[in-house]
Every structure is written in C-alpha cells, then in structure tokens.
Design a protein around this ligand. Structure first.
Ligand code: MN
Length: 718
C-alpha cells in the first residue's frame, strides 16, 4: 500500500513549489472520516483514496487534484458534506469533489451497448472541470485493479463491461492511453476470461522465437538509423491482448493470422528526424502504401501525434511501426493529463493550448486570467456545447439540443405523449413546460387523455420533431374547426336564397361546384369557406343558376352586391386566431380593439370570428362556448379605428391645432364631429386610425398639449 509520504515526495519531485499542505490535510481528514471502513480486499478503506491519489500523482497533476482524489469518496460514503469540504479545503477542491460525487450517483443500470456513446458524452458533459474526469478514471483504475475481491461474479462482469464500454473509451478520447490499456486488459480478463487466457497462452507459445525476432528487427532499424547519425530509441512490444482480440474479431481472423501482434516504435528528438527516419525505413523495407498515416501533420482530436507505417519486414511479414518525438510520446501516453500537469504558479504554455483543438475555446480565454489558479477555477469544460443529456424515468439516456424543453422530450418519446403532455416533473419537482433541460435531469412527463398541444408551444420547442408534430396537429384541428364554421356560414347564406345547404351537399350540382373550385370533396370546399378563402355567396352564385332563379343577370348583380358588402369588411390583418389561419375576422364596433388591448374572439353565426376587447360589455354577454383565443399579430402594420373625445374651452383655431397635433403624431383622422355646449365648452369626437395602444397614448398626449384642452379620453362604444 502506497503511503502518503510517497505521494508527497512524488509531487515535490515534479513540482517543488506545490502546496503539499493541502494534500497532507486532505489525507488526515480522509483518514478520520473513513476510519473503521474496510474494503472488500480486507484493507482499510483509506487505501483506496490513497491509491487514487497515487495514480493522480503518477499523472503529475496539481496538488488540488491530488487532494480531491484523497477526498473523492468522503461525501458519498461518510458523514462529510460538500459545504464542510468547501470550508476546510476551499471552493476549488469542493467543486471537484462534488463533481466526482455527482458522477458516482449516476446509475446507468443495465445500460445497453447502444447507450454507451451517450453515457460517455454525458459523463464528459457533467464534469465541468476536466480534473473531475481524471479523478474518476483514477478511481476506476484502482477499482479494476482490486476487482478480483468482488465476491459476486455478476457484479464483477458488469463492472468490467462498463469499464470497456464507458471508461476505456473516455481515457482514449482524453488521450490517456496507459490508463485505457490497463483498463481494457484488466476488464477483458473478467468479461471474456476464456478468450483472454487463450490469447495469453498463444502469445506465450513461441515467446522465445519472438523475443529473438524483436531483437533482429530492432537491430536492423538501429543500424539504419546509426548510418544516418540519427539518435533514437527503438522499442518492440507485444500489443495489448484486448486489441489483438478486437483485431481478430473485426477482421474475422484466427490468432495465427494476426501477424502484427508485435508493434515497434522509434522515438527521436525532433519532427524533421521523424520524417527522415520514415524515409530510411521505407528505403529499408517496402511500405504498404495505404497503411501510412501522418498524425504529425494532422494530429488526432485528442492531440495524439505520430507517423504510422506498415512495412514488409525481413521475413516477408508485416511490421507496424510508429515514429514520434519524445514529447509526442509523453502526450500519447498521458494525453490531456500531460497538459494538465502544469507547474503550479505557471500557466499552461500557449502552444499546448493552441494545439489542443477541442479545449481550445477555453484556453483562448487564458490571457484574461493573470493568475493561473483563477484560470483553473474558471476553466469549465464544455465539450458538447450544443447537447444536453437527460434520463427517462426508466434510466434511459436521451440526447437533445441545448435549450430543449420537456415538450421536446415528450415528443421524442412518442407523438401521443407530446400531444397529451400537460406538465413535467424534473427530478421530482414540477416545472413549467418552457423549462430548459439540463444534463442529468430525470424527466417525468405528465399526460392527460384528451389534452391537446397548444400553438404557443411553437414559440419554445427546439426539436424538428416536436415542431412538425405540433404543426400537424394544428393543421388537422384547423380543418375541423374551419369545416364547422364553413358549414354554418354556408347554411346561413343558402337560407337567404331559400336553399337548403344540407340537402344540396349530396347533389350532383354540388359535386360540379366542388370540381369547378378545384377541390376533391365537399368538405374541402366547405373548409375553405371556413378559412375565409371563399365566401359562401360565391358558392351560392355557382349553385343558383341551376335552380332557375328568374333573371340570371339580376341575380348576379344581387349576389355581387352582397359579396361586395361582405368584402368591404372582409379579412383583417392584425389578429391571429389561435389554432386557425386565414379565417374571416371582424372587429367589434362596440369596443374597437386596437393592438395592445386584451382581446378575445367569438365565433359568429355565419360570419367567422368577431374580435372584442375582453372588457367589452357585449363580449361579456356572449356564450362562452363560442369563445375562441385570439392574439394580436406582432408583425402587422395595419391601423385600427378608435373613437376619442376631447373636451376643451372654445377658442378660435382650436380644431386646427388639434388636427395638426393628431397628424403630427402619425394618426389619420377618419371622422370628426363637434358639439358646442352652453358653458362655452366644446366636445369634439374624433375617429382616428392608430397602430396600437402605445400609438394611441402618444396621440392623446399630443392632443393634451393643445392650449385650452381640458381632457382627452378614448371612448368604449359608439
Ligand atoms: Mn472511489
């Protein structure tokens, strides 16, 4: 078991200025709170955080990380709290510890393989400080090293499988290959013990010959490099059992067919030397053209750099060779950790930051932080800035775009769940439907049968699916409503001509009219009437000649007159009827609503929808069943008539001044009427056209500025 002094020595070795005190204090604290706890191996529990801290110091991490490593299980497994950690060790340490604790609490259950990528992303997204993940990996590494002490085989296999699915790939993504390899080969032996043993024994067979083979190839290469005065180190090693196994699996090969179980590496000082060495190798042995990869010129996203080539070796066999500088070698082994093992008191060097494409955004802000500790506190990884990862109540992970809401989630589950969604609980608490989901949220959608989507949802949903499903629902509803409305309008118009619309519906004549308008069914035509695109009188006009009304000419002129009358007050812009587009609208003369007024709509017998102000006396008298939600169309440029009364003392030129001020404030005067009263007072009534309540307020205050004007007010009814 590693001792705290070993760890302190190691840290002092790679960073003489490190704050060893915090590590020491974390050790003492951890020992106190874990006291009496025992690992499955029989060792005191403290051995685990100590080993984790040891791994972190192997990664040459800063003392805060090592301290957090010593404390990583105290919140989860002891009476200690995050607040206490914060009080004793500071905000930075407690932030990291609470990040690790949050990750430990995630329960992926028996997650399917297809969820693995989502889980990996979720873990990365949840840890907003990269050191949280480094500690989590160190934690998993030590747990894998001691996995054999786990008594239940099922648990062992599940943990090992999770390691293969989740943690090894995360290590690879962060470029920490030594952890990836140890995790993989360890997990492999638990998940597929037979295959593991088989490959192990196959490698052992003929090990002597292979050792000789490695020496031969090495000496060929070294000789060639020496000739060119290239100082280098050549290494030959067996590939990882797990990667040999995967190669067999992927390429469907038997072990005997996997030639390249040995890989060679050449480490040199500089990049030009790497390319020179490559040229020399290719002169020595014939390269397999398509197997050459230049990761020096084009580094992998995790910053891995190397030249990879495969050549036909001295015995006609394939040899894989990697060529890189010592520096690249360090990065290849430790990845991001190599860059995080900065020296305290010095900032991460700029080149490193620049080259690290996927944390580049963060490092770009580096100049803004004079103090490297401040920089670290503010560095929060945001690897997947456009996605959030959330759980279903069953623990399945769903990925949604950032800003997505419970409604998006509901539609992602099923269209009907979306359509009938009335509310949502996040982590057990009710939230509004506009709530923006956060990674880690557990979402419970509340539905009720017969509940319907709202057009308002379109204002906040983020996913294409939710949007298109809501639209689709609205279209169907619109058609249904327009059909009802259209039928009412037709019945009324036909009655005026002593025709029974409902009996005509099934007639040949109607079929012809439907065709003449270019529709397939009567319903389509009637819905179009409801939408306001065709007037019922146009329909009557098409039908009537067939019914021998006396003079066709007279008839048409009557109809045109009627149509003309209807048209005058026809479709108004400016108001949206919720759930319905293109409907016939008129505004209540009684209350003259203008944009900005609270309004409501009423479905009128035979005539679309009439819009009233919500406090209009007439509106209040109407049947609530006919009520329909309406809203002002923000994009409209229409003006609306409104009546106002101006009371003033009479004087010469008064009216001229008032009209001038009305015009100056951008309102048209539609009508004016003056009443002179006995006491030398005048009441002037204007109907003016305004854009909305704000505009009206402006006009009224302009009028108030006219000399002798005593009061101005808007009139509610004519
Ligand atoms: Mn642990």
């Amino acid at each position: 078991m590693i001792r705290i002094n070993d760890i302190l020595d190691k840290i002092a070795g790679y960073n003489p200025e490190a704050d060893l005190d915090i590590v020491d204090r974390a050790y003492i604290y951890s020992a106190q709170v874990h006291a009496g706890q025992v690992r499955l191996s029989g060792e005191p529990y403290l051995s685990h955080p100590l080993e984790v801290a040891g791994i972190l110091s192997d990664m040459k991490l800063d003392s805060t990380s090592v301290a957090a490593g010593l404390l990583h299980d105290v919140v989860e497994d002891t009476h200690a709290t995050v607040e206490e950690i914060s009080d004793i060790f500071g905000e930075e340490t407690s932030h990291i510890v609470s990040g690790v604790t949050k990750l430990s609490k995630l329960n992926f259950g028996s997650s399917q393989a297809h969820q693995a990528e989502s889980i990996r992303k979720m873990i990365l997204a949840m840890a907003d400080d990269i050191r949280v993940i480094l500690i989590k990996l160190a934690d998993r590494l030590h747990n894998m090293r001691t996995l054999k002490y786990h008594r239940e085989e099922d648990k062992r296999i599940a943990i090992a499988q999770e390691t293969l699915d989740i943690y090894a790939p995360i290590s690879a993504r962060l470029g920490i290959f030594w952890i990836k390899q140890e995790l993989e080969s360890n997990a492999f032996s638990f998940v597929l013990p037979e295959e593991y043993e088989k490959i192990k024994s196959l490698i052992n067979v003929g090990r002597e010959e292979r050792t000789e083979y490695i020496a031969t190839v090495k000496s060929y290469i070294e000789h060639k490099m020496n000739e060119a005065n290239l100082k280098c180190e050549v290494l030959g090693r067996y590939k990882q059992y797990y990667s040999i196994y995967q190669k067999m699996l992927q390429q469907n090969l038997d072990f005997e067919e996997v030639y390249d179980i040995i890989a060679f590496r050449i480490n040199l000082d500089t990049v030009p030397q790497c390319y020179e060495a490559l040229g020399l190798l290719h002169a020595l042995w014939k390269p397999i053209a398509q197997k050459f990869k230049d990761y020096i010129g084009v580094p992998k996203p995790n910053m891995y750099q190397s030249l990879h080539t495969t050549v036909i070796g001295p015995f006609g066999e394939r040899i894989e060779i990697q060529i890189r500088t010592w520096e690249m070698d360090a990065v290849a082994k430790s990845g991001i950790a190599a860059h995080w093992s900065y020296k305290e008191g010095k900032s991460i060097d700029e080149n490193t930051g620049q080259a690290f494409a996927w944390i580049q955004n963060l490092v770009e802000n580096q100049e803004n932080f004079r103090d490297p500790n401040e920089f670290l506190e503010n560095v929060r990884i945001d690897l997947f800035p456009d996605e959030v990862y959330v759980f279903t109540p069953q623990g399945e992970i769903k990925s949604l775009p950032k800003g997505a809401t419970p409604v998006d989630f509901a539609y992602m589950i099923h269209t009907e769940v979306g359509n009938q969604c009335t509310g949502a609980k996040i982590n057990g608490r009710m939230v509004p439907l506009q709530y923006q989901l956060k990674t880690g949220d557990i979402i419970n959608i509340i539905t009720s049968r017969g509940h319907h989507p709202s057009k308002d949802w379109l204002n906040f949903v983020k996913t294409v699916k939710a949007r298109s499903r809501i639209r689709q629902w609205i279209r169907v509803q619109e058609k249904g409503r327009s059909l009802t409305l259209g039928r009412e309008m037709c019945e009324k118009a036909f009655r005026k001509f002593r025709l029974n619309f409902n009996t005509l519906v099934k007639s040949e004549d109607m079929a012809r009219v439907v065709k003449a308008f270019g529709f397939k069914t009567v319903d389509d035509l009637v819905a179009e009437v409801g939408y306001g695109k065709i007037t019922p009188l146009q329909l009557v006009g098409k039908i009537i000649p067939k019914f021998g009304v006396e003079s066709q000419k007279d008839d048409e002129s009557i109809i045109n007159k009627l149509i003309g009358r209807v048209r005058k007050k026809k479709v108004k812009d400016g108001v949206i009827v919720k759930g319905i587009d293109d409907i016939l609208l008129k505004f209540g003369k009684c209350c003259q609503p203008v944009p900005g007024d609270p309004i409501t709509g009423y479905i009128t017998q035979g005539y679309g929808v009439t819009v009233h102000r919500t406090n209009c006396i007439n509106a209040l008298k109407m049947s609530p069943e006919r009520q329909i939600d309406v809203a002002w169309d923000a994009d409209s440029t229409e003006t609306f008539p409104v009546r106002i009364l101006i009371r003033s003392q009479d004087r010469f030129g008064l009216l001229a001044d008032i009209t001038a001020n009305i015009s100056k404030s951008g309102a048209d005067i539609l009508r004016a009427y003056t009443e002179t009263r006995e006491d030398k007072m005048v009441d002037t009534f204007f109907t003016i056209a305004v854009k909305g309540t704000d505009h009206l307020t402006k006009v009224l205050s302009a009028i108030r500025k006219v000399k002798y004007v005593l009061g101005v007010k808007r009139l509610d009814s004519s």
